[in-house]
Design a binder for this molecule. Structure first.
Ligand SMILES: N[C@@H](CCC(=O)N[C@@H](CS)C(=O)NCC(=O)O)C(=O)O
Length: 190
């Protein structure tokens, strides 16, 4: 199996951490998306990372790759088998991925010439980031890890998303504004 990833992609980082935690033997191939010779579209028509190739089949996007890797590499699972618990984890992943989506939109808008930048885009995406962080912080109230105080894929998704938000927006004061997320992040970094 081979995973195509790029350095700063939070979606790919999520998968790389999962691979590490599950000790799965997967070849990692770094791609540079901006490179004209980048051949990721041979494996994924959307030309996005992460993309996993397993038994000559391309698998995407990151939530699907995660399910595949976790399911294929028992005997312990980081995505619960129990349906209701699994939905909680997948919902949590969706918000964390959405957080990254909003941060990426802002990042791309900032790269446009200043005269062409749309203020409304910044406001709309910033609001999504703020509301998502508030929601995640609230969900973590009184918890060590997200699901039943046990490390799971939900925590990997949060760690990757929070790391990306922290990288792009170092001005966000997690300790004062989102204390539960601050604690979770500190724990995960250990
Ligand atoms: N929903 C996708 C998002 C993947 C994604 O957008 N990856 C970015 C890198 S962070 C990418 O490949 N962008 C290239 C492009 O959109 O052309 C997933 O979870 O895998």
């Amino acid at each position: 199996m081979k995973l195509f990833y790029s350095n700063n992609s939070p979606y790919a980082r999520k998968i790389r951490i999962l691979i590490d935690e599950k000790k799965v033997n997967i070849i990692l191939e770094k791609v540079v998306l901006a490179d004209k010779n980048c051949h990721i579209n041979e494996y994924n028509p959307l030309a996005k990372v992460p993309t996993l190739v397993a038994n000559d089949v391309s698998i995407f996007d990151s939530p699907v790759i995660a399910e595949y890797i976790d399911y294929k590499s028992g005997p312990f699972y980081l995505i619960p088998i129990d349906f209701d618990k699994k939905i909680l984890v997948k919902r949590w992943e969706a918000i964390n991925d959405g957080l990254c989506d909003a941060a990426v939109v802002i990042m791309l808008e900032k790269r446009r010439p200043t005269s062409g930048q749309n203020f409304d885009v910044f406001e709309k995406q910033k609001s999504k980031i703020k509301l998502s962080l508030q929601w995640l912080n609230q969900e973590m109230e009184g918890k060590k890890y997200y699901l039943e105080d046990t490390f799971s894929y939900a925590d990997i998704a949060a760690g990757s998303a929070l790391g990306f938000v922290k990288l792009r927006y170092p001005e966000i004061d997690f300790k004062n504004e989102y204390l539960n997320l601050h604690h979770l992040y500190e724990l995960l970094m250990q």
